[in-house]
Design a protein around this ligand. Structure first.
Ligand code: KG4
Ligand code: ZN
Length: 339
């Protein structure tokens, strides 16, 4: 089965083709980051317009890359939520129109499930059950995954998502939006303990997160110091260490609570090298195996949507036969149907 995946939930247009036998056979991404950088964040209306401009040419070039004709595609998977409503509508409209024209099924994919299962495109993915630490620009969640579609939310951020906190602090350090990856890069030159920032909500029980206090704390330090290159790196380092430590402490707690011995890192922030390395290092002592995707598939992409679409189409789940175009800007993982 060959599935065309369409991702337009936020500021990347991602198109990919996943084949149940061959795996990923084409993957293209158009990122709008330059468009939004001048505004210091995503402008939803501009995002929708840019998706509308880029989506058809990108689908054409993805088919060319795979050397596949439309008649060979067996299904279309599009991100139906969560995300920006206008941006989602572009992908959903094009996806459903193509499915109608090509007379094939379409499937509405949950973007978070795309992140959650993207590691399964790698070799030797873990068996269920496992814990997922899903850390993106919009979400920070700890999830128990017992099977495809059997997800329980164990904890989440009560305010800013980890990626959002990275981006806001990056902005205060003079880094262009979205600054998470660049902040991490300059943190590598930072002196380890020149600054020590709080590890929020780790001194009380529970699996929820809160990053807004850490953000304010860091912003106050930034205001107090002259930001020469070394100081910027030292602050970036202290901030990254605080986020990574907090994510490790809470992940350990979730593993202990459930008794699971596998941990999956997912979402844009899981591309963070320090998080990946330190998580593996810390979990080794407890015989916990840690899994994650190639960095290209941690951040938003069409491949994870095509992959989830394929799994759901093969199992006859969430197949969308209605002609009406529907998206869900808010759509929890816990509402999905199980296989
Ligand atoms: O999953 P994603 O592409 O989009 C959402 O679904 O939100 O995540 C984007 C987020 C941004 O906040 C970005 O700064 C962050 O992931 N990010 C990183 C790194 N790479 C991307 N944060 C820290 N370190 C990185 N290496
Ligand atoms: Zn995402």
């Amino acid at each position: 089965m060959m599935v065309l995946g369409i991702e337009t939930s936020c500021d990347e247009t991602g198109i990919a083709i996943y084949d149940s036998q061959l795996g990923l056979i084409a993957n293209q991404l158009y990122s709008q980051v330059k468009l939004h950088a001048d505004y210091g964040g995503i402008v939803p209306e501009l995002a929708s317009r840019d998706h509308a401009r880029k989506i058809i040419p990108l689908i054409k070039s993805t088919l060319q890359e795979a050397n596949v004709k439309p008649c060979q595609i067996d299904g279309i998977a599009y991100t139906a939520g969560p995300g920006l409503v206008g941006a989602l509508l572009v992908g959903a409209s094009v996806g459903k129109a193509l499915a109608f024209a090509w007379d094939i099924p379409s499937v509405a994919v949950n973007h978070l499930e795309g992140h959650l299962l993207s590691h399964r495109m790698e070799i030797n993915p873990p068996n269920f059950p496992f814990i997922v630490l899903l850390v993106s620009g919009a979400h920070t969640q700890l999830i128990s995954a017992k099977d495809i579609g059997v997800y329980t939310l164990l904890g989440e951020s009560l305010d800013d998502a980890a990626g959002e906190a990275f981006d806001k602090i990056a902005k205060l350090l003079g880094i262009e939006y979205p600054g998470g990856a660049m902040l991490s890069k300059i943190a590598q030159q930072g002196k380890p303990e020149r600054f020590i920032f709080p590890r929020p909500m780790t001194d009380r029980p529970g699996l929820d997160f809160s990053f807004s206090g850490l953000k304010t704390f860091t912003a106050n330090v930034i205001r107090k110091y002259h930001l020469d290159e070394q100081t910027r790196s030292d602050i970036a380092r202290a901030f990254e260490d605080a986020i990574v430590d907090t994510l490790i402490i809470k992940s350990k707690r979730a593993l202990k609570k459930t008794g699971f011995n596998r941990l999956v890192l997912a979402g844009g922030v899981s591309a963070n090298r320090t998080l990946r390395l330190r998580m593996v290092e810390m979990m080794r002592f407890q015989n916990i195996e840690v899994f994650y995707s190639h960095p290209l598939f941690c951040t938003d992409n069409g491949a994870m949507i095509a992959y989830v679409g394929m799994i759901r189409l093969i199992n006859g789940l969430e197949i969308d036969t209605k002609l009406e175009i529907n998206v869900k800007p808010h759509w929890s993982l816990t509402e999905l149907s199980a296989i």
